[in-house]
Design a protein around this ligand. Structure first.
Ligand code: TRP
Length: 444
């Protein structure tokens, strides 16, 4: 087993791959609707608090477990805590990843459908965007075909391997994504009347505050940073020995939050500037649901000159964000099958793709199943995974291993005070907060 594990090749590649996992549909589809639902600024404020206090420390924690274990999440836990139950936390993560794919992939499929609709110009000739989206939802065949295609596309990149497939694609796709987002953001805030939307997004409003706002913010932070299920553990297992884990987790989290806020800046100002009835737009946003982007966005772009161009840019952006995330999710399960069942990677990928497609078929046909998977993973399984990861590092993990990972065996100058503070957060603060929020959210 002492064969040296494959690693990513470059520092940029590492940040790109991890940011590629983090930046996904969660940033562009989930974040704006959660923000609108949670009263704009108040939600954003809580969300950023969650990123700083739990998100970054936990992401770094997953990196630590992954790089110290140099294996899939379950085996990494097993290596660091032999013959204990901790490996189940890793396994829980692998299952969570599989279930996330089961609804995520369906939205990815819609993205492909909309890319084609916008590039061919057909989307902008639609009379009623709501009906257009319902038509897609009423057509299991169309949805399933696109979902299959996206699953195969993901599988194709993973088959190409960790360096050539995952790292290289992220290094190209992430800058493209950023550029597209910036162009759309500039277009949106330079529309006349855009300020109203910015006000809506950044001005705290107490009107919409719900009792579950904390749970929503934590759920969103975990989902958006890809933590709580071993995704970052798996990527961490491919990090180089000289990767600075603290710096990487801060960089990745910052990039991710930036993209989420930028997505809000694309959507809200456009909503207020382009329609007579921003209130209806906002209520669709608040009603949230996956339909948001596929109804609201085309409706907005429809009012712009060159509407098909903007819509194409937007859906390509969405597709790219989604792809680098599905790659990371599928990689977790793939390495797990490969290492635990001695399956060839190619065979594991095929088997997994079939499994994901089956869940995807059920989610396409039964919306309640889709919602159940979304709810169970984001609100229950990810927070639980985060809680256990936090407890593991705070209480169980050998502090020498922890120190060696954080300082790269003493070669980085990171103070003892930092490490003590870090352990304190993972030992008390994060578990108490996640536990309390979790119980509160389930009770109300
Ligand atoms: N973070 C991605 C998003 O924002 C989705 C994702 C990828 C994810 N890997 C994950 C979510 C692991 C939770 C856990 O869309």
């Amino acid at each position: 087993m002492n064969k040296k594990r494959i690693t990513f090749a470059s520092k940029i590649g590492i940040v790109a791959a991890a940011a590629g996992s983090a930046v996904g549909l969660g940033n562009i589809w989930r974040f704006p609707s959660q923000a609108a639902d949670g009263g704009g600024a108040l939600f954003i404020f809580l969300y950023i608090g969650c990123i700083l206090f739990f998100g970054i420390p936990l992401m770094m924690g997953e990196f630590i477990i992954g790089r110290a274990g140099r294996a899939n999440p379950s085996r990494s836990f097993e290596k660091l805590a032999p013959n204990t139950s901790w490996k189940w936390v890793g396994l829980l993560g692998v299952i969570t990843g599989f279930l996330i794919l089961g609804f995520y992939m369906v939205v990815c499929g819609w993205t492909l459908d909309y890319i084609v609709q916008s590039i061919t110009g057909q989307l902008m000739t639609t009379e009623n965007f709501r009906d257009n989206f319902f038509e897609l939802q009423q057509s299991p065949f169309r949805q399933i075909a696109w979902m299959f295609l996206f699953t195969s596309l993901t599988a194709f990149f993973i088959l190409a391997g960790v360096k050539k497939g995952i790292e290289q694609s992220a290094k190209i796709l992430m800058p493209v994504l950023f550029l597209l987002l910036l162009m759309l953001g500039i277009r949106s805030i330079t529309l006349s009347g855009a300020q109203e939307g910015l006000f809506f997004l950044f001005k705290p409003s107490m009107e919409h505050v719900k009792s579950t706002i904390f749970l929503d913010a934590v759920g969103q932070a975990f989902f958006s940073l890809s933590i709580g299920m071993g995704c970052m553990t798996t990527y961490g297992s491919y990090f180089r020995d000289d990767t600075n884990l603290r710096k990487t987790s801060v960089q990745v989290s910052l990039l991710d939050s930036m993209v989420a806020v930028l997505a809000g800046i694309v959507i809200f100002p456009a909503a207020f500037a382009l329609t007579q009835s921003p209130d209806t737009i906002v209520s669709t946003l608040v009603a949230g649901g996956p339909g948001l982007l596929f109804i609201t966005i085309p409706e907005l772009f429809h009012h712009l000159p060159l509407s098909s161009l903007w819509a194409s840019m937007f859906f390509v952006l969405l597709g790219i964000a989604a792809l680098t995330s599905t790659i990371s999710l599928m990689e977790v399960v793939t390495t797990y099958l490969h290492e635990e069942f001695q399956m060839l990677r190619s065979r594991a990928i095929i088997l997994l793709s079939i499994g994901v497609a089956m869940l995807g078929i059920v989610s396409s046909v039964i919306p309640q199943f889709f919602n159940l998977l979304d709810f169970a993973t984001a609100k229950i399984m990810l927070p639980l995974g985060g809680l256990f990861t936090s407890l593991f590092i705070g209480w169980y993990l050998d502090k020498n291993i922890l120190r060696a990972q954080i300082t790269n065996n003493g070669s980085l100058n990171i103070s003892i005070g930092f490490i003590k503070g870090y352990v304190f957060i993972l030992r008390y603060v994060a578990p108490a907060a996640i536990g309390a929020i979790f119980i509160y959210g389930l009770l109300f």
